[in-house]
Design a protein around this ligand. Structure first.
Ligand SMILES: Cc1cc2nc3c(=O)[nH]c(=O)nc-3n(C[C@H](O)[C@H](O)[C@H](O)COP(=O)(O)OP(=O)(O)OC[C@H]3O[C@@H](n4cnc5c(N)ncnc54)[C@H](O)[C@@H]3O)c2cc1C
Length: 115
């Protein structure tokens, strides 16, 4: 199986990793139009990457996104902020939760997320 993903941003990379993990024999190709990969991730959160929020309910989480609340509520039942935190920690990225529930890499450096 060959899988082509258009765009080397956060969504593209996450999709590529998920595709490869679920279909190890697949040939996964990311096609990026610019000469920079994950450039928005690099600048996100002022260079620290606020990768998710630690609120405990998916209802609270989805209400933080007024324009896509309904759609996200469904998606968050499948993969939510806790899954995001687990995903990164299982891949060797320790995280910290701030008092305002914002979650960052412990390194305070978005490059760790990119790596
Ligand atoms: C300054 C700033 C700070 C931010 N801070 C945070 C934060 O702290 N926390 C947070 O969660 N989010 C933050 N965001 C938002 C977050 O960075 C984006 O939501 C996320 O990176 C979007 O990822 P994406 O893959 O959907 O899109 P993009 O990162 O835009 O990736 C899309 C990629 O596709 C490529 N592309 C487009 N069209 C084509 C084509 N036709 N062919 C090939 N390639 C194509 C583009 O060049 C790009 O590389 C921030 C954004 C900015 C700009």
């Amino acid at each position: 199986m060959k899988i082509a993903i258009i765009g080397g941003g956060a969504a593209g990379f996450f999709s590529a990793i998920a595709a490869k993990e679920n279909y190890p024999n697949a040939e996964v190709l990311i096609i990026e139009k610019s000469n920079k990969l994950l450039s928005k991730v690099k600048v996100s959160g002022g260079g620290r990457c606020n990768l998710t929020n630690s609120v405990s309910s998916t209802k609270d989480l989805s209400s933080a996104y007024p324009r896509g609340r309904k759609e996200l509520k469904k998606a968050f039942k499948i993969f939510n902020n806790k899954d995001v935190m687990e995903w990164f920690e299982n891949r060797g990225v320790p995280l910290v939760i701030q008092s305002d529930n914002c979650v960052f890499p412990k390194s305070q450096n978005s490059q760790n997320i990119i790596n």
